[in-house]
Design a protein around this ligand. Structure first.
Ligand SMILES: *Cc1c(COP(=O)(O)O)cnc(C)c1O
Length: 346
């Protein structure tokens, strides 16, 4: 069975607007060009996956919610940061499927202003009808999952049929399957247009996007390097998480594509001062993408990845003539929770 055949037997709800476009960022490339000329910059528009304002969680939730429906669930439980895109997308997709959604928001970012607490994604969670809960820790995946399980027990006692989407790595990586499928979609697009990509830049958080993409590319015979930009953990920790995640996909699908020693690439140069907190490079990347391409990137994930790409072009580690694809994972609703803080100040 082909790798994509392995996915086809998995329950999936097809709610995403797929395939997403691959577009050039020529204006940005020209703006960044050095004396040797410009690199070729492309963007995979996974911010345009459609439902619930789109983003990378749509592909991931197609498999989680497919599994939930197959299990006969009537309620989904999810946990994430206060401004979580995963929670917002889940709330929207659950509403579309007629499922109730309980969202547990974790204290991951030290911010207390009303915009952060109630604007952006939180506003959208409410509009989609999610029931909001809170969890006092932000760096305790196992604890957050246990709290969801406890909530699921209470709902079960009330006669509901809950389905828990776990954060922790001791559960099958269903979300990563969405990015195994994305790898196939992307390779098809590149082949159809004769486009060469020398390197891919994407965000590495839970690493479902990173591991799914890398696993899918290698399983499909592509050796394109994938650079995961750390948005939450330092590089050594994140690399270990990615390696373990690749093994978990192999175990889930019963197939090991085989990875080279240098396949797992992570870069945490733009991570400071930490998850969900802006830095000057990310502010500049948000402004550059907006002003050169009319492209909006977010303060937590895609803006950080673009900041890393801009730095790599400037320091010459992406050379003139090289072709780099940036996976835009969405997240723009968070712009409205950060407000003026996203504007570059020079
Ligand atoms: C969650 C998220 C990411 C990180 O994706 P993972 O699969 O969790 O690593 C990147 N960008 C956006 C906008 C996200 O919401």
């Amino acid at each position: 069975m082909s790798v994509i055949g392995l996915l086809d037997v998995r329950p999936r709800v097809r709610l995403g607007h797929l395939p997403t476009p691959v577009e050039p960022m020529d204006n940005l490339a020209r703006r960044l060009a050095g004396h040797g000329g410009a690199p070729r910059l492309l963007v995979k528009r996974d911010d345009c996956t459609g439902i619930g304002f789109g983003g990378n969680k749509v592909r991931q939730l197609e498999f989680y919610l497919g599994d939930a429906l197959a299990a006969g669930a009537d309620t989904v439980l999810i946990t994430g940061a206060v401004q979580s895109n995963f929670v917002r997308t889940c709330a929207a997709m659950a509403a579309r499927l007629g499922l109730a959604c309980h969202a547990q928001l974790e204290e991951r970012v030290p911010r207390n202003d009303p915009l952060y607490r109630g604007g952006g994604n939180v506003l959208l969670d409410r509009i989609a009808g999610a029931t909001i809960h809170s969890y006092p820790e932000g760096e305790d995946e196992a604890g957050a999952d246990r709290a969801l399980e406890a909530l699921a027990d209470r709902l079960r006692a009330e006669g509901r049929r809950p389905y828990v989407i776990h954060l922790g790595t001791d559960h099958p990586p269903l979300g990563a399957l969405g990015y195994v499928a994305m790898a196939d979609e992307l390779l098809g697009q590149l082949a159809a247009t004769g486009t060469i990509v020398d390197r891919i830049f994407l965000a590495s958080g839970s690493a479902a996007t990173h591991t799914g993409t890398l696993w899918g590319l290698r399983a499909l015979g592509s050796a394109i390097p994938v650079v995961g930009i750390c948005v939450r953990r330092a590089a050594a920790l994140q690399a270990a998480r990615v390696r373990a995640g690749l093994d978990r996909i192999s175990a889930l699908l019963g197939h090991d594509p085989g990875f080279a020693a240098d396949d797992v690439r992570v870069d945490d140069a733009v991570l400071a001062p930490g998850y969900g907190r802006l830095n000057a490079a990310t502010r500049e990347a948000i402004a550059l993408a907006g002003a050169t391409e009319g492209l909006f990137v977010d303060p937590v994930y895609s803006g950080r990845v673009l900041a890393a790409l801009v730095a790599a072009v400037r320091d010459g580690s992406v050379a003139a003539g090289e072709s780099v694809l940036f996976v835009h994972t969405g997240g723009q609703p968070a712009l409205f929770a950060y407000g003026d803080d996203v504007l570059a100040t020079g």
